[in-house]
Design a protein around this ligand. Sequence first.
Ligand SMILES: Cc1cc2nc3c(=O)[nH]c(=O)nc-3n(C[C@H](O)[C@H](O)[C@H](O)COP(=O)(O)OP(=O)(O)OC[C@H]3O[C@@H](n4cnc5c(N)ncnc54)[C@H](O)[C@@H]3O)c2cc1C
Length: 530
Amino acid sequence: MPKRYDAIIIGGGHNGLVNAAYLARAGKKVLVLERRHVLGGAAVTEEIIPGFKFSVCSYVVSLLRPEIIRDLDLPRHGLEILPLDGTFTPMPSGDYLWRVNDHAKTRRELVRHSRRDAEAYDEFGKQMLQMCRFVKPLLGMVPPDPTSLHPAGLKKLMFLAKRFQALAAEDKYNLVQLMTMSAADFLDQWFETDVLKATMSASGIIGTFLGVRSPGTAYVLLHHYMGEIDGAFRAWGFSRGGTGAISNAIADAAREAGAEIRTEAPVARINTRAGRATGVVLESGEEIEAKIVSSSVDPNLTFLKMMDPRGLPDEFVEEVRRYKYRGSSGKVNLALDALPEFTCLPANGSNRHLRGAISISPSVEYMERAYDQAKYGEFSHHPYIDIVIPSLTDPSVAPPGKHVMSCFVQYAPYKLKNGNWPARREEFGDAVINTIAEFAPNLKNIIIGRQVLTPFDIEEQIGLTEGNIFQGELSLEQLFFLRPVAGWARYRTPVENLYMCGSATHPGGGIMGAPGRLAALEILKDMGAN
Ligand SMILES: Cc1cc2nc3c(=O)[nH]c(=O)nc-3n(C[C@H](O)[C@H](O)[C@H](O)COP(=O)(O)OP(=O)(O)OC[C@H]3O[C@@H](n4cnc5c(N)ncnc54)[C@H](O)[C@@H]3O)c2cc1C
């Protein structure tokens, strides 16, 4: 007799694992099927070069929901978050901007650039905190359907309207501005120091195919502000052992609750009968049945690759096809023999400025020009780069005295105008290294090995369509009750017993776990177990 499960979860990324853990804890018989040999999806640690453990894709964490950490008791399963200390931005002039997690020091540093900005910075932080407080409950909420008169949905809409009403007038204006403006324009209202605005605006473009001057990017800025470690907004950290350790901790919690997890088990098709999901077929031909199927992969894979779209409503398929991916990011992971020396701030025995993020974002014009190239189908030759050296905080990821350096890069358009990514991958890697070397000339001499990931590779290796790091852009028209498709933002799909639980659903991408948890709670409601 073939085994029959209550729930099959497609994909062992962190959201699929969270989904599995919550279902298993509710007593369901759960099977996770992961295509790769390793769990984690985009939150994965791999030893690509012997002795060097890379957080291959995602590299810092802050959005992981505290309720998930608590419910799954993740610290007991090995989760440890180490704080990331500030952001260091080298400038071509030989100067730098270095903000740290120490208010007085950051203030002195800002005064060095502009006394006015030092004053405004505190006020800005307070106002963003208000915005985060307003938006944060949305992260833990199943989006209401504004077109429905269902009492539960109406209650949520009323709750949101009341919260908005309760905001101070200034906060209301700020919120509307954040929803409509570009990151650069929004920051222009607050600050005069170009390098400060450039570095801060970078959070507005992560994972989007937009420039810092594109409307809508101010919201993405807020999205990245929202993370928390121990309750502090805007605090990013490393996971000890790389981001794969987060996925492994969740997987451990799921297994402990009874979930079965299989790797190297790619799903080829979702089986349906009379409009209901009944199970899956693996690429090997093996068929597995379940009462429900929960897909943590994106809508393109779920509905257009794993199903026959002709069996789905036409308007739904149309919306799925319209959903925007447009990958724009790449990653260069370096194994280093020593630390890079930034000419603007030589180490002189202290490497503290290398322990946080190192941001190659010297001016707003630099950022916008990086986008210009991508707009016309070329990767940025002088890209925005967000660098971290996790081995300085967590020595377990590199051999003694050596380092891993993670370089997140924008822009790398999925579709190149000239040539293709396999042929141009190393050229892209060179552009990234050359750009960093303009600020840290010793870099080229200390590289032991490198891994270059383009949007094409992110799609091939991790399964993210068009290499979009969030399973679809975090643009306003693809958020909340519109993610991924208007009318289908509540983890259910037009196919009965088929659910979605990955980053393509509310509240979106990042190592958050929220989609996996919220989907599990909805599934349990439908199964009558909640
Ligand atoms: C380069 C990069 C950098 C990033 N940086 C950060 C960061 O620093 N901080 C942050 O918070 N977020 C970051 N992100 C985003 C974040 O990592 C993702 O949003 C998140 O990890 C997605 O999790 P998920 O579980 O929803 O989906 P995924 O991680 O995409 O998991 C889906 C899983 O499904 C599997 N799969 C695919 N097809 C099949 C199939 N046919 N059968 C079975 N399994 C299948 C995949 O192998 C994968 O394991 C980054 C992402 C990338 C790509």
